[in-house]
Design a binder for this molecule. Sequence first.
Ligand SMILES: C[S@@+](CC[C@H](N)C(=O)[O-])C[C@H]1O[C@@H](n2cnc3c(N)ncnc32)[C@H](O)[C@@H]1O
Length: 243
Amino acid sequence: MQNKAKSPTTTNPIAGKNTANVSGDKKSKIIKSKARVRERAEVFTQPREVNNILALTQATSNPYWRFLEPACGNGNFLEAILRQRLERLRQDRVEWHAKNREFSVLKVLSTIYGVDIAEDNIEECKKRLQTIVFEYLKKKSGGGFILAMNEIMRTNLIVGDMLGGKDQVYFVEYTTPMKNFFIRKVFALTNMEAGIEKAIEAFPMTKYDSLTPIDFSFLNKDTEAPPGVPEAGKQTNLFGELI
Ligand SMILES: C[S@@+](CC[C@H](N)C(=O)[O-])C[C@H]1O[C@@H](n2cnc3c(N)ncnc32)[C@H](O)[C@@H]1O
């Protein structure tokens, strides 16, 4: 992460023809274009190096520890972390019931954060993580689960400028007060960097932190809504907001 692009939110004008392999396998491309290397130091880490580096860290020791990659590219590290954490769930036989398994996957996913200045990288990143989740779950997932998964990825995998645009970067903290329920709070990166006193303040403008915990499985159902869902029968995101 060295050079700053003009705008983190515009579609990237220098995207190369060779998009990186999104499956994260051995054929992953190291670069997308020379222009991107020049302008953003965009050189992707290969799977072997990713695994070697992760082995030196505690990133996957606990499947629920939060992990942020501030220049995540198209998700080489995030993919490996998600794979390793899900494998851990599998080995631990955490959950056999489908709904509990889905909740555990969402919980793991909610701990993984990535920021990159390039919009196309973040899109690829989301696709890669989604593919891994579906591979893990095997069976067809419910609509509520898919909505929740997309919502978590929308808040946790974000386009942002971690050098010149930190004041516009916000992170959503997910907590799980009880099985199948989530609460979220929003924190400003600049507050988090200002020290522990500031970091523990939730971003005051957020409406999310006042929300009642919500059961993700009710998101797409035409039945009586649980607390926190504003209108029964309407499609809402994880937090009961109409979408
Ligand atoms: C060396 S690549 C590493 C990508 C990924 N971490 C990996 O190992 O495959 C650096 C990444 O930083 C991103 N980047 C460059 N400047 C940035 C900035 N100011 N804020 C956020 N991301 C930035 C680039 O788009 C690129 O994806």
